[in-house]
Design a protein around this ligand. Sequence first.
Ligand SMILES: [Zn+2]
Length: 209
Amino acid sequence: MDLLGPGSVAPTWVTGSCQYWYISDYLNQARRLIWIWAPWTTPRRVKSLLPVLTDAVGRGVRVSLFVRDPGDPLQGRPEHQQYLADLRAVLNAVVEINVMHQKIVVIDEKIVLLGSLNVLSQSRTREVMLVMHGAHFARRLLQDERAEDFASPPRCGACRGTKIDLRRYRTGDWHWRCYNRGCPSRSSGNRQPWTQPVIRKQPSKGSSG
Ligand SMILES: [Zn+2]
């Protein structure tokens, strides 16, 4: 299968301590869309990239971020949640996903940075990212990750709140779930959190989604 498609160029590597300069450079190039998958949000890295992301939103770029849900012991720390709130105040979408672990940045549906780097939390570890130029690959990846399907969490149907995470059933189906402990859905007779299936907006291409 030709994953890269016509018009793509050979990938380049980004390793070692220069990674953040590269990533800021790419984010500064964005004109329409930035998609980021980064499991955790730590103070130092969010502080360094928040101005870059704020600039992007200011020039009309739609910035969407996928992070791990606050049920995760690390991401649930108050400090991480505070910096997530700072991001939420600026970005177009912040979506919390259970056991999410991807590290991806996609810019303008044509540049993909993919590898081991947690762009909003990495500190001392050595990482590697591949930079792939090509719209075919970028769109294919966005489709496989169901970026558009997952970019708009609903409000909870019971408490109307926005404490919504995204989870996957064992059947493979995805659903939104309210994690507000004070939600009336939990205190009612069935004591179950409010959930709602994710609606598929993008056509499936036979991938497992
Ligand atoms: Zn609720």
